[in-house]
Write a protein that binds this ligand. Sequence first.
Ligand SMILES: Cc1cc2nc3c(=O)[nH]c(=O)nc-3n(C[C@H](O)[C@H](O)[C@H](O)COP(=O)(O)O)c2cc1C
Length: 103
Amino acid sequence: MISIGIILGSTRPNRVGPQVARWVHDQASRRDDATFDLIDLADHPLPHLDEPVPPMFGPSVNQHTRDWTARIAPFDGFVIVTPEYNGGMPGVLKNAIDHACAE
Ligand SMILES: Cc1cc2nc3c(=O)[nH]c(=O)nc-3n(C[C@H](O)[C@H](O)[C@H](O)COP(=O)(O)O)c2cc1C
């Protein structure tokens, strides 16, 4: 069975993202050919990228990075539910992606 992670890309107080992400999860879960799991970036607070070695060149040393990459490693693919902030993705989403590589 294919396993898909639905990443919620906003973390600000009073965000509307959880409502949208839950809707996406409900719609996706009607499928019987994949499983879907909601991943909330608010559950994985990460400082600005603070690994001494870029993730593509070496293993992560910080526990917060290891917790985040362990959370997303099992999935075959992702759907990202994100707002647009000033013409781009939220900084927390970009930062979370930058903390990972192989995953
Ligand atoms: C700082 C900030 C910048 C935004 N910039 C844009 C934008 O460039 N384009 C747009 O369509 N909406 C923009 N919006 C509106 C958000 O995308 C919209 O309100 C979204 O639902 C916010 O999601 P959230 O509540 O999960 O943070 C912006 C909102 C904020 C807070």
